[in-house]
Design a protein around this ligand. Structure first.
Ligand code: ADP
Length: 496
């Protein structure tokens, strides 16, 4: 049995989106709004949690009004790692949220690393000691503000990631809860235990009682109050944005994965019930199985993907629109040995070389704008292959295919080329808002909008599949050229 509609709230880094999705897979209503970014000092990034709530509630009401149907449940997906501190009685934020991009705890991370905590942290959390994650942000807050530290000790303060903040506000303070996918980004969560861990809590100075309770991603997160969204319905799904996209793409079983091609590229591969430790520079994180229950994933991030196309357009002015890159790449029969390694901000997974900088190799008098554009697109495919290779080596299996989404996944030439370089099919769904879709799925399963995961998947069609049409000799020659270009890039900054 299925029917009705579900509201998905996608609370991102620069804006909040709300979509009302029907059981048949139609988007009945949608709304989006940006909100303010605060940069109080170099390297610091903050959000006003109250504004996040106000904006999210507003777009939710707009989407519900536009849909004009009854909504059976709410799903929440969110920017991960960002931390909020609030008063559990008044539900007022007690300071600005510290955003995942914020680097203020870099020195603290180095101190913890030098004190020898990295191994324990990695073993328990699957993460690294990096300012990106929530734990050191919370320790920093309590070191910075003795009043908040005292309130943390006495339990008169609540902390959490954005999902738990939204759940608190949506339920009028009745529920303080998060899910494993968000919890697994905090440095406070033991992946094997599936719970907050006391050793980690001590390290980050966070008392357990102020943290949200961890509930299944497709589960019971309370009921929205009539005074918040104007409707009283259950919140049935919560997941961090990348894991929600993985779920929305139908990557529910071991060996299935997705890549989101936006500014950067974010790859997640489901490893099923098995937790795989990476030896190749990837993170291990909590994900969802078909029913929103616990699973694990390997995660790798490429810092610059579509941003290289942006640079060719806005920096060099050799493209008018990002979409023009497709015809320009197609106009050439091959890359003629030109490679662009877009290490503009260093290299991410699997190299982890923050000191690396971009290079273009193989230039001749015959090199044209089209060669540079093609090289920038090809780089996305090679970067994807490096991360997929690392995942295969870590997990000990072969990827069967890759699902794709994000702005640059609209480029058909790039998707076909990626299928060729990976040697497996690449599938792009019809509904590209996979993050919101994942939240809708998790909530819709719980609230009966879909009878089971198959009903949910069937509602959204299959999209377009790009098969591998590249001969293996060509693939190996191209990948060999890329590897030589990366070696050259690393040689410039020393080492390999
Ligand atoms: P984000 O969410 O990171 O802002 P989007 O998913 O909106 O990113 O994707 C935008 C990125 O994709 C930009 O960097 C842009 O250069 C790139 N892009 C958009 N369309 C194309 C295209 N047709 N071919 C290649 N890159 C594209």
């Amino acid at each position: 049995m299925s029917g009705g509609a579900v509201l998905a709230l996608d609370q991102g880094t620069t804006g909040s989106a709300a979509l009302v999705v029907s059981a048949e897979g139609e988007v009945l209503g949608r709304a989006y709004s940006e909100f303010a970014q605060h940069f109080p000092r170099p390297g610091w990034v903050e959000h006003d949690a109250e504004e996040i709530w106000t904006v999210t509630a507003r777009v939710a009401r707009e989407a519900i009004a536009a849909a004009g149907v009854e909504v059976a449940g709410v799903g929440v997906t969110n920017q991960r790692e960002t931390v909020v501190v609030w008063d559990p009685e008044t539900l007022e934020p007690l300071r600005r949220a510290i955003v995942w991009q914020d680097r203020r705890t870099a020195a603290l991370c180095r101190v913890l690393e030098e004190a020898g905590y990295e191994e324990m942290v990695r073993r328990r959390t699957g993460l690294l000691l990096d300012p990106y994650f929530s734990g050191t942000k919370l320790r920093w807050i309590f070191e910075d503000d003795p009043d908040l530290a005292a309130r943390a000790r006495s339990g008169t303060l609540a902390v959490g990631t954005i999902d738990s903040w939204l759940v608190a506000r949506l339920t009028g303070g009745a529920v303080h809860a998060t899910d494993p996918t968000n919890a697994s980004r905090t440095l406070l969560y033991d992946l094997d235990e599936g719970d907050w861990n006391d050793e980690l809590l001590d390290l980050m100075g966070v008392p357990r009682r102020i943290l949200p309770e961890i509930r299944p991603s497709s589960g019971d997160f309370g009921v929205t109050g009539g005074d918040t969204l104007g409707i009283e319905v259950p919140i049935g799904g919560v997941a961090g944005d990348q894991q929600a996209a993985l779920y929305g793409q139908g990557c529910w079983e071991a060996g299935t994965g997705k890549c989101t091609y936006g500014t950067g590229a974010f790859l997640l591969f489901n490893t099923g019930p098995e937790r795989v430790a990476s030896r190749h520079g990837l993170l291990t994180t909590a994900a969802c199985d078909a029913h929103g229950g616990p699973a694990f994933a390997l995660e790798g991030s490429i810092f610059v993907a579509g941003a290289a196309i942006q640079w060719l357009r806005d920096g060099l002015g050799i493209l008018e629109h990002a979409a023009d890159s497709e015809d320009m790449a197609r106009s050439l029969d091959g890359n003629d040995g030109v490679y662009l390694v877009p290490a503009f901000v260093g290299l991410g997974a699997p190299h982890w070389r923050p000191d690396a900088r971009g290079t273009i190799t193989g230039l001749t008098r015959g090199t044209t704008r089209a060669h540079l554009v093609r090289a920038a697109l090809e780089a996305m495919a090679y970067g994807t292959r490096e991360v997929v290779d690392a995942m295969e080596r870590d997990a000990g299996w072969r990827a069967r295919g890759l699902r794709v989404d994000g702005g640059a996944a609209k480029n058909d030439w790039l998707m076909a080329f990626t299928a060729g370089i990976l040697g497996v099919p690449v599938r792009r769904p019809e509904m590209v808002e996979t993050t919101a879709l994942g939240a809708a799925g998790l909530a819709g399963l719980r609230t009966g909008v879909w009878g089971g995961p198959e009903d949910f998947a069937a509602a959204f069609g299959s999209g377009r599949t790009f098969e591998c049409e590249m001969a293996s000799v060509e693939r190996e020659a191209l990948v060999g050229g890329w590897e030589a270009a990366v070696r050259g890039t690393l040689a410039v900054v020393g080492g390999s």
